[in-house]
Design a protein around this ligand. Structure first.
Ligand code: FMN
Length: 279
């Protein structure tokens, strides 16, 4: 389903925020947010849930830690999903849709998959043991100035930069770059995918256009941990949110499907995730 926001404009506006005003969410913003959360969906048929807590209303609130990365925030969102093939991809997709809605509302967020005390948030959000709990995000109003920690993090991860188009988008086979011209009406959805946020700004997505399909892949370094591999799937879901929502905004028809035999040689440490079939 297309989000009821200007998608491209909002994707360009979104930026991770780690330094917040201590002000709580206004009643109006909280009510709208709750309504939006209840209406979120994903195109993978997965059961994704968004949790919300206020630090001062949960019993272990004072223990909810972010390793000093997040300053000032009092409201936090969390996302959970099932241990299924597309669970994490769907969580990435659905939570990023919420991030974009929040951005459109003038609220700030930052995906956190590593720098938070997962056990404490799991307790506070009352998350069942059989669920995957990949990430949280603070939500609130950004301060005018970033903390020093935040500025340093952005510099280290080159957060304002993205990989060039030719390193991530291919035609027919890996290594054969897809030009913007050959992407035709899909130039915009791919460009918006390219701007997506990812853990440590690694941008693990690769896309190969072949005939009437765009095939999506995840790539990682050979020494990556199992936990990091999981997060790459979330990153892919985020990329698919940007791609899909921009396609919908541009009136492009198609559907996500896992194809049995894509007939593409896949490089090492790269995995096929799903395809977008045009039409
Ligand atoms: C799945 C995911 C996990 C992330 N985990 C963290 C984290 O644990 N701590 C943190 O400070 N930032 C985290 N980030 C934020 C990224 O560092 C940030 O998105 C990236 O540097 C690009 O910057 P931008 O979002 O401002 O465009 C995460 C982002 C994503 C998408």
């Amino acid at each position: 389903m297309k989000l009821n926001i200007p998608v491209e404009e909002t994707i360009k506006k979104r930026v991770s925020t780690r330094t917040y005003k201590s002000k709580k969410l206004s009643v109006h913003d909280k009510e709208k947010l709750m309504k939006e959360i209840s209406q979120l969906t994903n195109p993978f048929g997965e059961n994704v849930r968004v949790h919300i807590i206020e630090k001062d209303t949960v019993s272990n609130g004072e223990k909810l830690g972010t390793y000093g990365v997040i300053k000032g925030a009092s409201t936090f969102l969390g996302v959970t999903t099932d241990k299924t093939e597309f669970g994490l991809v769907a969580a990435g997709y659905q939570f990023e849709n919420l991030v974009l809605i929040a951005t459109d509302m003038g609220l700030s967020t930052v995906w956190l998959a590593a720098t938070f005390s997962r056990d404490q948030f799991e307790k506070a959000m009352d998350i069942q043991k059989n669920k995957l709990f990949p990430a949280i995000s603070p939500i609130g109003y950004a301060t005018d100035k970033r903390s020093i920690t935040e500025s340093l993090m952005r510099k280290t991860m080159k957060s304002d930069k993205r990989k060039p188009w030719e390193e991530i988008f291919f035609q027919e086979s890996f290594g054969n770059a897809l030009s913007r011209k050959d992407a035709n009406e899909y130039t915009k959805p791919l460009e918006m995918l390219r701007l997506a946020p990812s853990a440590t700004n690694a941008q693990p997505w690769r896309v190969v256009k072949k005939q009437e399909s765009y095939h999506f892949f995840e790539t990682h370094k050979s020494n990556v941990s199992d936990e990091d591999k999981m997060i790459k799937k979330v990153d892919l879901g985020i990329a698919l949110s940007h791609f899909h929502q921009t396609a919908l905004e541009n009136g492009l028809a198609g559907k996500f499907e896992k194809q049995e035999d894509i007939k593409i040689d896949i490089p090492v440490n790269t995995n096929y995730i799903i395809s977008w079939k045009i039409g």
